[in-house]
Design a protein around this ligand. Sequence first.
Ligand code: PEP
Length: 255
Amino acid sequence: MKKDIRKAIIAGNWKMNKTRSEAKALIDEIIPLSQNADCQTVVCVPYTNLETAVQAVKGTNIKVGAQNVHFEENGAFTGEISVSMLKEIGVSYVIIGHSERRQYFGETDETVNKRTKTALAGGLIPIVCVGELLWERETGITEEVVSRQIKLAFFGISAADAAKVVIAYEPVWAIGTGKTATSEQAQEACKLIRDRLCTLYGKDIADSITIQYGGSMNAANAAELVAKEDVDGGLIGGASLKATDFGEIIKAASV
Ligand code: PEP
């Protein structure tokens, strides 16, 4: 991490876990662990827990995120949630284009771009997920895949707006598998992303954008990952559901 020029962010992606009462209990455990953090802590909770989470983090340094948002402001989109609905509750961040959304719910680079634009226009901070599949890494096209995802995610987004985006580099083969990218692989991919952002927006903007690593980050491997120059924190699934583990990751990012 280069904390002198960009914000380190540790974000938990709770996925489809926790009832409202469980969410409140977990956040109450996380609050003291985040109190002296030298990084931004975010909890991305299921829609039904957003209001509870926003209430629970009041007066703390923790922010709340959603796990998806629709790209239209309103209309006939059964089951969807808009930016203004999230803003009204007090949500600050939103995960966009998580690999599980891409794999199970038809998310494409085009819809990632549309959602990112709508989130930015409405004042939410998008956490845009990119990353290659296992066979793409094995066939040597990681660079091509990630570069394409970045180019398409940022299509038509101004430099001023791009500077507000958070990117999560999440190799799909490392998500929920217990198989973490090495710190060298994480650094290489995050650096590649920063180079692409530099081509699109110039060095100052590229240097200011937070690029997280995600994929089986845990209490044991977080310190080595976030010590890398271009790895500005993490998007954490499984380990964000245990307060002590999440607290250790926050601690690792606060050094
Ligand atoms: C994620 O859901 O973004 C993620 C990285 O999950 P896990 O940490 O469980 O691999």
